[in-house]
Design a protein around this ligand. Structure first.
Ligand code: UT7
Length: 316
């Protein structure tokens, strides 16, 4: 991807929010109905429990409201809402319409579907809107994968879950946070992970795993090059929380120690569009980030999509 022109209006995240459904499902709960075990799931994925419930709109409204409150912006001044989701509540209209209404916003609203890479796609699109004149964009990544999971399939049921993360992005004069970015997709691989309309997720797990590592590394390297940085300059990685072994393999190739990774998948499983913001804002909320840190967001997903971004953290 091209370097960001110095003349481009950039942005910063000024508020964020997270939402997880109340209901917790442990590995032991799954093992009651599936031929699996707590030990196997932890060893092969790192996941210990996940949250299940709610709708994409309700979780988005919860995380979006927290982000707006934290930023202190007047909701009537938000210029656009981008909702990243691969599990919309309805086929028509976009779920962002219900979220916009629920949050009392009056602005352009649209959904982005790039599966688990979607939050980074939305972040990049949001910066694009700032570059052409908008001042404030609300970005939300939400998925309710439990609604399209086959709970009798141990290949997928152990992984997927529900959640949401949101950010208020505001334009700034002078240097902003986005240093480099990359978005990619290879539609020839769509059959590796898909759900028909009204159907459940089907996945070739091993093949997704193998390709995921490669495309996360490729995408991260492109963003690093665009930002003029090396992996040594990265302070924190907020990767897609699919499987801790995928993250370990990708970070090893990138030469980034796991101590720099925010891993929340043990608590929340694979929440697709929500997983990168959940990891990023968990790190922010637990004081793992300070102004000036270079943060790598990187994900992959059905499509197969990939996306990464490097942001220079600015503590609000
Ligand atoms: O957002 C993107 C979403 N998707 C992904 O990121 C998925 C990527 N793939 C994965 O995370 C992993 O491939 C899985 C977690 C799905 C599977 O882990 P794996 O280490 O690739 O296991 P495997 O398929 O190679 O299976 C190893 C063994 C097999 O038994 P045998 O043939 O060695 O006797 C499986 O039958 O483990 C068995 N197995 C299970 N055992 C207990 C497969 N799934 C399970 C299970 N519980 N849930």
């Amino acid at each position: 991807m091209p370097k960001i022109p110095n003349s481009a209006v950039n942005g910063v995240i000024t508020g964020w929010g997270r939402a997880l459904p109340e209901k917790v499902v442990t590995n032991a709960d799954l093992a009651k109905t599936l031929d699996t075990s707590d030990e196997w799931i932890i060893e092969r994925t790192g996941i210990e429990r996940r949250h299940i419930g709610g709708s994409t709109a309700s979780l988005s409204i919860e995380s979006g409201r927290k982000a707006i409150e934290m930023s202190g912006v007047d909701p009537s001044t938000i210029d656009a809402l981008i909702l990243s989701t691969t599990t919309p509540d309805r086929t028509v209209p976009a779920t962002s319409a219900a979220v916009q209404h629920g949050l009392g916003l009056r602005c352009g609203a649209f959904d982005v579907n790039a599966a688990c890479s979607g939050f980074v796609y939305a972040l990049v699109a949001g910066h694009g809107l700032l570059a052409i004149g908008l001042k404030r964009v609300l970005i939300i990544g939400t998925d309710t994968l439990s609604r399209i999971t086959d709970w009798t399939d141990r290949n997928t049921a152990i992984l997927f879950a529900d959640g949401s993360g949101a950010a208020v992005l505001e334009s700034v004069d002078g240097p902003g946070q986005l240093l480099g970015w990359d978005i990619d997709a290879d539609g020839s691989l769509e059959d590796l992970l898909y759900a028909e309309i009204g159907g459940t997720l089907k996945m070739e797990g091993k093949e997704v795993f193998r390709r995921a590592v490669r495309i996360m590394v490729d995408s991260a390297e492109k963003s690093l090059a665009a930002a003029g940085l090396t992996s040594n300059d990265i302070t924190l990685v907020a990767p897609h929380q699919a499987n801790v072994r995928i993250i370990e393999a990708a970070c090893k190739r990138l030469n980034i120690p796991m101590s720099k990774v925010s891993w929340v998948g043990n608590e929340s499983g694979n929440t697709s569009s929500a997983s990168i913001p959940l990891a990023l804002f968990e790190a922010a909320d637990t004081n793992r980030l300070k102004t000036g840190d270079n943060v790598l967001l990187v994900g992959f997903g059905a499509g197969m999509t990939a996306a990464s971004a490097i942001i220079k953290w600015k503590q609000p």
